[in-house]
Design a protein around this ligand. Structure first.
Ligand code: AHR
Length: 508
């Protein structure tokens, strides 16, 4: 292990605050995310509170889940909220045409979602229907949720058993409007977004951050059209109007949509390709951010990456419409690499939502449909190791020495990635060694404040595709890392091959 690489961190030069909402989540009516994932119903043998799985709630509380986006995804633009309120046995059914063509009985609706958010201590992010819903529907939904007096919708909510209004700080104006959310052109959607956002009213002092459905991957024209369509300057209260954020969706896969790659059966080449594609997020944030900067140099409008993560071929034998996949050490480092990019763009990226929280795509939690056993994935552990970054101030990390690279499909992938933040008398440094076989030792050159103490954690596994199962729930789990030593300039840190390491610092 050479120690010719140094990461310089000026601990006294904090940058933009890393919103805790970058660690946000996403729950769609898709496969077993809601039904069997979050929701088992009150009569289930699985311990639950009002039908909501207690073990899932406990696991997500432990990673300080800041927000939850619901009900979709593509499902959101087919969803009519009135079908999911009131007595459960009277709720109409619908076809979930996007996901498995199954019949949805609407037993999990607005009340259940809000109860889930209350149990989690998470802010609700409701995704409103633009594709097949009306302006009136959207307007009445937020009235139902947040109004306190005897308005028609507040009265209806009371009839359904909930007296006090809820708080809903985040509201989505459509989803993937360029695709499943209506197949609209950017210009068409920009007009609709202005109109729908206008009617997402602020009742009873409920401040709403409205997020217009944004671009797919590198569709900079979409971002530009949205940015041109409204006044990013202000609404009189210092916010842009009529919406405050625009979204971006980008998924990591190693092949084309027709064959996205296996979640567990892969070699070195696909490891690097996945990581190179994850690193592409950095480029997308730079480019979309540059477009936004042209219209909004003061960064009043937020970029909300409300769908990101790995998307592999479904687990063999499972319903192709349910998007159930395993989650390995590779998924964990895809996540840590994304977080480094989000931290570095904290001035513009105000929220991000991994897709999705339970049993779908890059999940934190997998539940067994037969035994109901719960497994925490390697990705879950990255979220757990990173809670110190929530609402902390980003710190730049400058490399001294040549950052090692690996060539993937003519792209140079840096095989070391780092980010850091500080809050009060602490700092957290995240270090990912993407190299499949090369252990490394680096120096953390810590400047500007005195180091009082340190602790470290490591997440790695015996193989690149190591993952957790009910039989081996801790095959990939974070552990105390002893490979950190004092150094004249700060600390010397061992980074095992294919690992994620966090170093927590106590500062004077
Ligand atoms: O997360 C799965 C799907 O991916 C979402 O429903 C959709 O918005 C995206 O295409």
């Amino acid at each position: 292990m050479g120690t010719d690489l140094t990461a310089v961190i000026n601990l006294d030069l904090p940058g933009a605050t890393i919103s805790r909402h970058i660690y946000g989540h996403f729950a769609e009516h898709l496969g077993r995310c809601i039904y069997g994932g979050f929701w088992v119903g009150e009569d289930s043998d699985v311990p639950n509170v009002g039908g909501i799985r207690s073990d899932v709630v406990a696991a997500l509380r432990a990673i300080a889940i800041p927000n939850l986006r619901w009900p979709g995804g593509c499902f959101a633009d087919d969803y009519h909220w009135r079908d999911g309120v009131g007595p459960r046995d009277e709720r109409p059914r619908m076809v979930n045409s996007h996901w498995g063509d199954v019949v949805e009985d609407n037993s999990f609706g607005t009340q259940e979602f809000m109860a889930l958010c209350e149990l989690l201590g998470a802010d609700p992010y409701v995704s409103g229907n633009v594709g097949s819903g009306s302006v009136r529907e959207m307007s009445e939904w937020i009235e139902y949720l947040t109004r306190g007096d005897d308005s028609p919708m507040a009265t209806l909510r009371r009839q359904h058993g909930r007296d006090a209004p809820w708080r809903v700080p985040f509201w989505g104006i459509g989803n993937e409007a360029w695709g499943c959310g209506g197949n609209l052109r950017a210009e068409q959607f920009a007009s609709l977004a202005r109109q729908y956002a206008t009617y997402v009213r602020e009742h009873a002092g409920n401040d709403v951050y409205r997020i217009a459905a944004g671009a797919n991957v590198d569709d900079y024209h979409w971002t530009e059209t949205l940015m041109r369509s409204f006044d990013p300057l202000e609404d009189g209260e210092g916010r842009s109007a009529p919406f405050q954020g625009i979204s971006l969706h980008y998924y990591t896969m190693t092949g084309p949509w027709s064959d996205k790659g296996s979640a567990t059966e892969f070699g070195t080449e696909e490891w690097y390709r996945a990581l190179a594609r994850a690193a592409h997020m950095e480029h997308l944030l730079d480019r979309h951010g540059a477009v936004m900067d042209r219209y909004d140099p003061k960064k009043r409008v937020g970029l909300v990456v409300d769908e990101w993560g790995t998307w592999w071929n479904v687990e063999p034998g499972t319903d192709p419409g349910f998007l159930y996949q395993q989650n390995t050490l590779r998924d964990a480092v895809v996540a840590s690499r994304h977080f480094d990019a989000f931290h570095r763009h904290a001035g513009r990226v105000v929220m991000a939502n991994i897709a999705q929280t339970v049993n779908v795509l890059q999940a934190m939690i997998l539940t067994d449909p037969e035994t109901d056993a719960l497994v925490l994935t390697p990705t879950y552990h990255v979220f757990a190791m990173n809670t110190g970054h929530h609402d902390a101030d980003a710190l730049d990390v400058h490399w001294r020495g040549e950052v090692p690279t690996s060539a993937v499909d003519d792209v140079e992938l840096e095989t070391l990635s780092a980010s850091a933040s500080t809050r009060g008398d602490t700092a957290l440094v995240s270090l990912t060694n993407l190299d499949v076989e090369q252990d490394r030792t680096i120096v953390l050159d810590l400047r500007g404040r005195d180091l009082l103490k340190h602790t470290a954690q490591v997440l790695t596994g015996p193989t690149l595709s190591a993952h957790n199962t009910a039989a081996q729930p801790d095959a990939v789990a974070s552990a105390r890392h002893d490979g950190v030593r004092p150094h004249p300039r700060g600390l010397e840190v061992d980074l095992p091959a294919h690992s994620y390491v966090t170093v927590s610092l106590g500062l004077a």
